[in-house]
Ligand binder design. Structure first.
Ligand SMILES: Cc1ncc(C[n+]2csc(CCOP(=O)(O)OP(=O)(O)O)c2C)c(N)n1
Ligand SMILES: CC(=O)[C@@H](O)[C@H](O)COP(=O)(O)O
Ligand SMILES: [Mg+2]
Length: 642
């Protein structure tokens, strides 16, 4: 008789309550199965792999020890939450991650009661956990009740100002609050900054943990022994001499560091904290990003984000494209310009590869600054560079620039400092969904006095816009471009600065003019072809600038056409609203111009492919065509009116 293979433990776990009776050995086994399931799922969907693999044991231990969803686990950023989703009633949908109609790649309140606070932008978890803890103590009511509130925050996310604002407040309020610092010595790129060095120094070399705990009278909080990965005793002892860790100075009890892959350390620490903690406590957990999957462990980014891949080899599916990405075009163009101009420097907030500034950093390390996840600081730091006579390019994703808005207004715009904002991931981005949509920057920049706001219609235009920004010293200037590959147009050898506030006409047509701002131009062109075939050839123009507007061009289009339609990859309040304001001010509507503005709809659009998201937004070629037919009141084939 052969032994039948045991049923995987994971198959018996639908929700955390099913884990309560498992032994430490079984929980360790469960973690192994959970890791394999996470790898298998992400191999099918693509997505954030490394961060989740690093917290598999921590996820199991937290759900085994705490009583979720009454106790609230708040995953910072949320990109590490796939194992958590598998354990919290979502395993059956885990292979729909990041797809249309599927699970979000981040935590999301509307998706599950086990996600008490949604995220995707970093460093919000401690504030949210503190808010929940205070609500609990004030008698706040939620469907599941509120027990412990636990923020799990990475070493990268911990570098952001928000995390410190929250700790400052928590140390003052002295509420029972648990912060788990998941220290894997990685952000997306290797972490930078003094805090990262400080955290490194907190690791121990010798049995300093017992010594430290004894010094604080907290030995009972610590399991024996704490020697794993111990390598930094001296600095720790120095820390003790001056009154403890930074976290203790902020009013937190500090426990750790402990090995976040060892259930034998995680479980007793979490149980002790659960049973004994009174005020705010920080547990410093050491983990390895990408843990347990060799291709991720080996990768430079530790498997931070991946396309679909072959589990056996780790080989990722490659999208075929004949065109470079906008990001690469930006990075390469800036490097060329910086070779000629020693005043050009570049700033990224923890996204050197994502913004293309890795190329700049390689070539001009002393002029490239990764400030960590610190967009607010990045903006004001750039303002300082500009005030000091440099030509800073502050390269941020549109969605993360939102973090630095007051700095854009107060530190840059009001002082008319010539900071160049390179705004990547403009418009809808696809699998990252609503949290990462670059929907608002046109509106929130174009309403600022003195700001120049451009959008590239293709990658060749982007080259010219980088050159325009480099040569513009009169004040702040921004140019936006989307995630992904360009259209394949030929690239100019060098960029030629554009005339500020001047657009261009691409096709002359008849009754209707379509004025595009940004990369919807390709869809507009397709629509124009289809319309021409129906005998309604439109005029097509590329505005290039949302501010200052090309008033002459716009007024001419309005005068010479029965209808004018604007289109942009942004929310209401942006380019179309600026045009409408101009037309209203100049009395153009009094003459009966039919005006339509195609903008992102007033909803947050969930993840899907960019094309599907733009279909939801009503902005693909067919929908542009329908808009034209509708405004001209032309019946569509099939009898439908637009
Ligand atoms: C405000 C903000 N800026 C940038 C990002 C992009 N981002 C996502 S994860 C990440 C790194 C986070 O590092 P860490 O907190 O250490 O987590 P790990 O991936 O190492 O687990 C960054 C920079 C973000 N999500 N939010
Ligand atoms: C979690 C996060 O915020 C980033 O990792 C983001 O997913 C990066 O997106 P890109 O793939 O567009 O660089
Ligand atoms: Mg990290």
């Amino acid at each position: 008789m052969t032994d039948r293979p045991a049923t995987p433990l994971l198959d018996r776990i639908r929700r955390p309550a099913d884990m309560k009776r498992l032994s430490e050995r079984e929980l360790t086994q469960l973690a192994g199965e959970l890791r394999a399931e996470t790898i298998s799922a992400v191999s099918v969907t693509g997505g954030h792999l490394g961060a989740g693999l690093g917290v598999v044991e921590l996820t199991v231990a937290l759900h085994a020890v705490f009583d979720t969803p009454r106790d609230k686990i708040i995953w910072d950023v949320g990109h590490q939450c796939y194992p958590h989703k598998i354990l919290t009633e979502r395993r059956d949908r885990i292979r729909t991650l990041r797809t249309k109609g599927g699970l979000s790649g981040f935590t999301k309140r509307s998706e599950s009661p086990y996600d008490p606070f949604g995220a995707a932008h970093s460093s919000t978890s401690i504030s949210a956990a503190l808010g929940l803890a205070v609500a609990r103590d004030l008698g706040g009511i939620t469907p599941e009740g509120i027990g412990d509130t636990i923020a799990v925050i990475g070493d990268g996310a911990m570098s952001a100002g928000m995390a410190f604002e929250a700790m400052n407040n928590a140390g003052h309020l002295k509420k029972r609050l648990i912060v788990i610092l998941n220290d894997n010595e990685m952000s997306i790129a290797p972490p930078v900054g003094a805090l990262s060095s400080y955290l490194s120094r907190l690791y121990a070399e010798a049995p300093f943990q017992e010594l430290k705990a004894a010094a604080k009278g907290a030995v009972s909080l610590l399991p024996e022994p704490f020697r794993e990965r111990a390598k930094r005793a001296k600095d720790m002892l120095k820390g003790l001499a001056v009154g403890g860790t930074l976290f203790e100075s902020l009013g937190f009890s500090y426990v750790g560091p402990i090995d976040g892959h060892d259930m034998g350390q995680l479980l007793p620490v979490l149980r002790t904290v659960r049973d004994r903690a009174t005020g705010p406590i920080l547990i410093h957990v050491l983990t390895q990003k990408g843990k347990g999957y060799a291709p991720a462990e080996r990768a430079r980014d530790k498997g931070h984000a991946t396309a679909k891949f072959d589990v056996m080899t780790g080989e990722q599916a490659k999208a075929k494209s004949n065109a470079p990405s906008y990001t690469k075009v930006f990075g390469e163009t800036l490097v060329k310009l910086a070779a000629e101009d020693s005043r050009i420097c570049a700033v990224t907030a923890a996204m050197p590869d994502g913004t293309g500034l890795n190329l700049f950093a390689e070539r001009f390390p002393s002029r490239c600054f990764d400030v960590g996840i610190a967009e607010q600081h990045g903006v004001t730091f750039s303002a300082g560079l500009a005030a000091g006579g440099m030509r800073p390019f502050c390269a941020l994703y549109s969605t993360f620039l939102q973090r630095g808005y007051d700095q854009v207004v107060h530190d840059v715009a009001i002082q008319r400092l010539a900071v160049r904002f390179a705004i990547d991931r403009a418009g809808l981005v696809g699998a990252d969904g609503a949290t990462h949509a670059g929907a608002f920057d046109i509106a929130f920049l174009a309403n600022l006095p003195g700001f120049v706001v451009m959008a590239a219609a293709d990658e060749s235009e982007l080259v010219h816009m980088v050159a325009t920004a480099a040569s513009y010293d009169e004040g702040p200037i921004a140019f936006r471009y989307p995630r992904g590959d360009g259209t394949g147009v030929e690239l100019p050898e060098t960029g030629v600065p554009l005339e500020i506030g001047k657009g261009r006409i691409l096709r002359d047509g008849g009754r209707v003019a379509i004025l595009s701002f940004g990369t919807r131009l390709a869809e507009v062109e397709k629509a124009a072809e289809a319309l021409a075939a129906k005998g309604i050839a439109p005029t097509v123009a590329d505005a290039r600038f949302a501010k200052p507007l090309d008033e002459e061009l716009i007024l001419r289009l309005a005068r010479d056409h029965e209808a004018l339609i604007t289109i942009e990859e942004g929310a209401v309040g942006g380019f179309g609203s600026q045009v409408a304001q101009l037309l209203a001010e100049r009395g153009v509507f009094d003459g009966g111009l039919k005006f339509r503005s195609m903008v992102l709809p007033d909803v947050f659009i969930d993840q899907a492919s960019p094309a599907d998201m733009y279909a939801v937004a009503g902005m693909n070629a067919e929908q542009i065509e329908a808009k034209v037919l509708g405004v001209l009141d032309v019946a569509r084939i099939g009898g439908k009116r637009a």
